[in-house]
Design a protein around this ligand. Structure first.
Ligand code: URA
Length: 212
């Protein structure tokens, strides 16, 4: 794959170690979900590195000071159902005031295009930093369609947070949304003929929610 400069791989050793535990097929659902929460908290550090700060007057027990606090409106976390929900707990643990929205998409088996079945978004997306949660960037179609929808609702500052990405998905998403930075814990080899990431970790939704 040619170099895509909107892609950031969060290669922190703790993230990489926890991801390897998740990939193992013997990892139990409860451990898988907990590890995804932990990785989300660690990745949040990279995703929020450039948030703007302002200052606020406070008083410590000793004296007044101008203390740094986050500027602007609360962030919006948008989960792409259902696997995106696996990243919500970790993100909300570190950004508890974030507004939360959901986008539900399924793939039409005939046209192979994403079809929206659920949408619930926070107000005033245009003035928020938006972080889209989707653990598996495989073909990139769902994430790109979700971002289309968010932009049509006014979102301007958007980042995509994934756990694993395939080169095909990164290329397709970046071509459609070159203004949206992509963060991932790993860039895997490619997709199989069913659209699963290789070596990957299987179906993220099934592994988080113990449905298979
Ligand atoms: N979605 C998943 O859950 N896993 C993949 O490998 C690809 C898409």
């Amino acid at each position: 794959m040619s170099h895509i400069d909107t892609l950031t791989i969060v290669d922190h050793p703790l993230v990489q170690h926890k991801l390897s535990l998740m990939r193992d097929k013997t990892c139990r659902s409860q451990d898988f979900a907990r590890l995804l929460t932990e990785i989300s908290m660690l990745m949040a550090f990279a995703l929020t590195r450039d948030l703007a700060l302002t200052t606020q007057a406070i008083e410590t027990p000793l004296e007044p000071m101008q203390a740094p606090v986050l500027a602007g409106k609360k962030l919006a976390l948008i989960s792409i159902l259902r696997a995106g929900n696996g990243m919500l707990e970790g993100m909300r643990a570190v950004i508890p005031a974030a507004r939360v929205g959901f986008v539900g998409l399924y793939r039409d088996e005939v046209t192979l295009t994403p079809v929206e079945y659920y949408l619930n978004l926070p107000a005033d997306l245009a003035n928020r930093q938006v972080i889209v949660l989707d653990p598996m960037l495989a073909t990139g179609n769902s994430a790109a369609a979700a971002v289309d929808k968010l932009k049509s609702h006014g979102a301007k500052k958007i980042k995509l947070m994934t756990l694993l990405a395939a080169p095909e998905g990164v290329a397709a998403f970046a071509a459609r949304h070159p203004d949206v930075p992509i963060f991932t814990a790993a860039l895997d080899r490619g997709l199989n003929d069913k659209g699963y990431i290789l070596p990957g970790l299987g179906d993220a939704g099934d592994r988080i929610f113990a449905t298979k």
